[in-house]
Design a protein around this ligand. Structure first.
Ligand SMILES: Nc1ncnc2c1ncn2[C@@H]1O[C@H](COP(=O)(O)OP(=O)(O)OP(=O)(O)O)[C@@H](O)[C@H]1O
Length: 612
């Protein structure tokens, strides 16, 4: 399907990486980095051999007027204090104001001032995987079109900023989504602003500005185009079509040429998407393949609009269709989340995996995948890679046990009872595994200092802080946990602090309207006034022994989905993580057997009407 994008074009590397710093083997003589500020401005910088974090910050002080002692330079989980040896060529770094200096926002220098300092070309691919080679042709086409006056076109749908980039014939060839135009990012063109890059975003465990590399990760993980993810790269792109909000005056800056870091995905001509069409004609193998990918990457956003449908044989092509999965910005969260799998109730998902699919699943190697992503996308956070490893193992073991796609998806999905959200079966297994590791005395719940670097420093995660395993019944399963007290002052103080720190400016009516239109947010509950975490014993028909509800004084933060992380992985050191994975695997078989008996029971109750 992906056509020329698939063909390695080694000789054209210099088009995308115009100054020759990348030799195709990622061993450049000099390194270039792209520094992005919290407000989205991007500056390309050549690093000298002797540069360290301080000298880089000094250069940035000149460009952005942010004093070196008031700013931090980060690269994924890493805060750069001195040594820059971990920084690869073409890496995007984030320059943030330190918390005490947040009130004065980093100015976004634009136009001539910034451009004069940045000599990179119109569109540049960040990274040099051979999987990106085919994109060089596409980038070349786009640059040629722009130089010929064929400008990109803003995409109206969706909550984030997106642009169709065209070829000289005016045909759409790519969709570009700037990281600073995501929902709630500073330069969102649709009014959903109020967060700085790096803060928790639309999904709590996916930070603002970090959906772009996830789109690329999904493409890189989709070996052999198994699921048909369109080729996707991370780019630095300069154009005046992009949106820049003038935070000072509340206006948009018009016709300002700015550089952005963005995901660039090949545009796939299509006839409609899965939300517009009956699903019965969708091929079983296409749904299985997309489902397998969604499970590996814990996709929290596989709604019908994110499955493009292309008819074979043009109009009237007798119903045969091809599916193209898009929009993977909300996969690989930093902690276990509630996934969203549109396919879960489609009959195709209940058909057993084929031999070929089982073979593909068996050959997935999550450690190799993590290493590959660390190499190709070094800004990716370790917590995301742990989610990848865990979900891949879960998929492999479940498929080997004989579960089908729907059963696996259901085990990963949370249940909602009235207004209460319960952890998924997968999350319960993880909590039990964590508890078992704690019992073997690895001081499990004590996060070491290093781990703090990659935890959210600004969020309402009191539920995790207060999760205290009530294991008096010890090895009983399902587990019974209690959350901290409703009136827990320290918890409320933390929530208040978090709320104060994050000023969300959103037109509420507009947001509600968008929620009703946006399938990505179909589980968002704006709720009644305020939220709190309800604590206590399992209630009602809660099968897993958890309960959660929300009510607190109203704040702007409420505009965002309230979601809870039952299981985090960032709080484990390496030994704990390895011990956890061992215990996790041990717990899988009984959980699968339990699921199988439930499914069998359901099928018996439903009788033959449910067979297909
Ligand atoms: N690779 C692609 N090829 C063709 N069209 C695409 C591609 N990726 C996205 N689109 C189209 O671009 C539009 C915007 O896509 P995007 O993924 O940003 O938003 P969305 O999924 O509609 O929004 P949201 O996830 O915020 O609800 C959609 O209509 C989608 O169909």
């Amino acid at each position: 399907m992906a056509g020329k994008f698939d063909t390695p074009v080694q000789t054209q590397m210099a088009v995308a990486v115009s100054n020759g710093v990348c030799n195709g083997e990622c061993r450049p003589r000099t390194r270039r980095v792209f520094v992005q500020t919290e407000t989205g401005c991007v500056l390309g910088l050549e690093l000298d051999r002797n540069d360290n974090a301080h000298t880089v910050k000094r250069k940035l002080q000149i460009a952005f007027n942010v004093p070196t002692d008031e700013s931090s330079l980060t690269f994924g989980d890493l805060t750069l204090n001195n040594d820059l040896s971990a920084i690869r060529n073409d890496s995007p770094l984030l320059l943030t104001r330190n918390v005490m200096h947040r009130s004065s926002s980093t100015p976004c220098l634009s136009g001539k001032n910034l451009q004069q300092r940045d000599r990179s070309s119109l569109v540049e691919i960040l990274g040099c995987s051979v999987r990106f080679d085919g994109a060089i042709e596409l980038v070349k086409e786009i640059i040629k079109a722009i130089k010929n006056g064929v400008d990109p076109i803003p995409v109206n749908s969706g909550l984030g900023g997106a642009y169709y980039f065209r070829n000289t014939k005016g045909e759409n060839v790519a969709i570009v989504k700037p990281t600073d135009e995501e929902p709630f990012a500073p330069n969102n063109p649709k009014g959903f602003i109020g967060k700085a890059l790096g803060q928790p975003g639309l999904k709590h465990s996916v930070r603002v500005g970090e959906t772009g590399f996830r789109e690329v990760a999904a493409y890189l993980l989709d070996y052999d185009h198994f699921a048909n993810v369109p080729p996707t790269v991370l780019v630095k792109v300069t154009h005046s079509v992009f949106n820049v909000n003038d935070a000072m005056n509340g206006n948009k800056l018009q016709n300002t040429k700015v550089s952005k870091i963005a995901s660039l995905q090949q545009f796939i001509p299509h006839d409609f998407d899965a939300s517009d069409h009956g699903t019965s004609s969708f091929p079983v193998d296409a749904i299985h393949r997309i489902g397998i990918l969604d499970i590996r990457i814990l996709n929290t956003d596989r709604h019908g609009g994110n499955l493009l449908v292309r008819k074979f044989g043009g109009v009237g092509g007798f119903g045969k269709v091809e599916l193209i999965p898009i929009d993977h910005g909300l996969c690989l969260p930093e902690s276990l989340e509630d996934p969203y799998f549109e396919w879960i109730h489609w009959p195709q998902a209940s058909i057993p995996f084929s031999e070929d699919e089982l073979e593909y699943i068996k050959n997935i190697d999550p450690i190799r995948d993590s290493n590959m992503l660390r190499t190709e996308l070094p800004m990716i956070r370790e917590a995301c890679l742990r989610v990848l490893v865990l979900c891949s193992i879960f998929l492999q073991e479940a498929a080997a046990f004989g579960l089908c796609l729907a059963e696996i998806g259901e085990m990963m999905s949370r249940q909602f009872h009235v207004q209460q959200e319960e952890p998924s079966e997968l999350e319960v297994i993880c909590l039990e595994a964590k508890e078992l590791v704690r019992e073997i005395d690895l001081s499990f719940f004590k996060a070491d200092e290093k781990d703090d670097e990659f935890q959210f420093d600004m969020d309402c995660e009191a539920a995790q802080f207060n999760v205290s395993p009530n294991m008096s019944g010890s090895a009983k399963s399902p587990l019974h946990y209690e959350f901290g007290s409703v009136n827990d002052q320290s918890f409320l103080a933390q929530v208040d602090e978090a709320v104060e720190e994050s000023e969300i400016r959103v037109d509420e009516d507009r947001f509600r309207n968008a929620l009703s239109l946006s399938p990505s947010l179909n589980k968002v509950n704006l709720g009644e006034k305020g939220f709190h975490y309800h604590c206590g014993k399992p209630e009602g028909n809660s099968t897993m022994g958890y309960s959660y509800s929300s009510r607190m004084s109203r704040s702007a933060n409420e505009q965002l989905p309230t979601s809870i992380s039952f299981v985090k992985f960032a709080d484990m050191n390496e030994d704990e993580w390895n011990a956890f994975i061992t215990k996790f695997k041990e717990l899988l078989y009984p959980a699968f057997a339990n699921r199988r008996s439930q499914t069998t029971g359901q099928r018996q109750r439903l009788g033959n009407s449910c067979q297909f």
